[in-house]
Design a binder for this molecule. Sequence first.
Ligand code: SF4
Ligand code: SF4
Length: 265
Amino acid sequence: MIKKNRQKQGLTVLTLENDFRFECRQSLKCYTRCCRDITIVLTPYDILRMKNGLHISSEKFLADYTVTIIGDTGLPVVILKMKDDDEKNCPFVTKRGCMIYPDRPWPCRIYPLQPESTKITETAGKEYYSVMDVTFCLGLEADRVLTLADWIEEQGVSVYQQMEAPFKKITTNEFVSHNKITNKKIQEMYYMACYDLDRFRRFVLESTFLKRFELEPEVVEKIKEDDVELYHFAMKWLEYGLLGQQGLKIRPEVIKAKKQKLGIK
Ligand code: SF4
Ligand code: SF4
């Protein structure tokens, strides 16, 4: 017999096959109660989807809807800014629900679940989640039973997981974990590449970037138009610049000029 979520004792960790009870409906008294006074940390892909869904630039999205803090690693962390009203509502909530529903961020998709993964389980490619104990959420009292795999499918979470993978590779890298970044220029470059994609595009196309790095013409064409391609390129650039990985190639003439300047043959 499947127990009601609230009858389960302690923390119940779900694997993909495990089930839980949940159904969110507009007729529930708690409708949109979960869209206020919450901390939603945004990933680069969340921002890409939200700013495109709203048809605004990344600069405008970041300025109007986010606050940035510096995390434990010294890297910027972007948080969705709640409204300055008494209830601290999400800027996108309306009486009828979420006005950016097709592009809502990852935490709003996976709710009422929360990840319970550790670095070890992630390295092993395993996903674990638990059901959040949210007293006001009447959806947790529903009779509808579904598995974690069903929920991931239904909420369109997979693409977010795929897109987050290269970002996670950077934020969980040993170098980043063990060396707190305090250099303001690095923090700013990281912020631009991860979150301010429209500015990053101009940086690549309109600065000396293309004179310094060798990029395939097809890649240049793609990143002119395609935000997802641009995002992947931004992650590659961070791997190169932040982690010293060999994803990008400096033009031979730039290396030659640098050597000449340093008096190296
Ligand atoms: S509190 Fe729970 S049931 Fe109510 S609207 Fe939010 S997710 Fe749905
Ligand atoms: S983004 Fe949408 S689903 Fe998420 S908290 Fe705001 S209104 Fe609710």
